[in-house]
Design a binder for this molecule. Structure first.
Ligand code: HEM
Length: 214
């Protein structure tokens, strides 16, 4: 077994993979939230943004494959790590030590992650698949979907779960990567909380606006 295969199978190797893919996915969320805010500028502006993504030619599908792989690897390694932890100790998935000091978001990270996976499947069918393969108009699809109160509730619920997942995951990634100097780590933790709120509130504003205002 090569050094790389062995490392990736060890607990610390798995956590490393989780950390790197998780931080990459946070970068995607930045791009995604900015892109989605073009919705507020109207159909023409949003179509232009979608057209811009298309104009990258074959680079766009390559980026989508990289993104898909990051999601898949993050999910598989998360479940793998969780199973390993459950077998090693009765204390479930946690990073920070004993059950007492493990926060709710760290103890239930895998469940929060699985809820986000459920969201992703529904989300990709509604938007990505319908756009790519059925050639739906994206602006009308998005704005129309959020007129449905069930989607409104489901999306907001997921964004709260996403915020909780990031609240745990961001600081956990930095800890795994060894960037946990006592002087800077409190800032990293606070920044993780800030990011969690930005994504939970920032994404929620979109369905709320299209349900109540538009
Ligand atoms: C109200 C919030 C959101 C809206 C309006 C929205 C909208 C969209 C739209 C229109 C697309 C298809 C066009 C495109 O490919 O960019 C898309 C794709 C996608 N969304 Fe979302 N999204 C939201 C939140 C999220 C969240 C929170 C996640 C991740 C947890 C996510 C993950 C994805 C992924 C992975 C894709 C396919 C990748 C891509 O082609 O860019 N979305 N979304």
């Amino acid at each position: 077994m090569s050094w790389l295969t062995r490392s990736l199978k060890q607990s610390i190797g798995k956590k490393f993979v989780m950390a790197v893919t998780g931080l990459f996915l946070i970068l995607f969320l930045f791009e995604h939230i900015i892109g989605n805010y073009y919705l507020f500028a109207g159909q023409e502006a949003f179509d232009k943004y979608v057209g811009l993504l298309e104009s990258f030619g074959y680079i766009t599908p390559i980026l989508e494959i990289i993104l898909g792989l990051a999601f898949i690897i993050h999910i598989i390694y998360g479940i793998w790590l969780w199973i390993g932890n459950a077998q090693a100790t009765p204390i479930k998935y946690e990073v920070n030590g004993s059950k007492e000091n493990a926060s709710f978001t760290s103890r239930y990270a895998v469940y929060l992650g699985l809820l986000i996976l459920l969201f992703l499947i529904i989300h990709l069918i509604n938007f990505w698949y319908h756009y790519r393969f059925m050639h739906y108009n994206l602006y009308n699809t998005v704005t129309g979907l959020f007129k449905d109160p069930y989607y409104l509730a489901f999306y907001i619920f997921t964004f709260i779960v996403l915020g909780m997942h990031i609240h745990h995951g961001f600081q956990s990634a930095f800890q795994t990567l060894g960037w946990n100097h006592p002087k800077y780590f409190p800032f990293i933790k606070k920044f993780g909380t800030f990011l969690a709120i930005v994504f939970a509130v920032g994404f929620s504003i979109i369905p709320i606006y299209y349900y109540f205002v538009y």
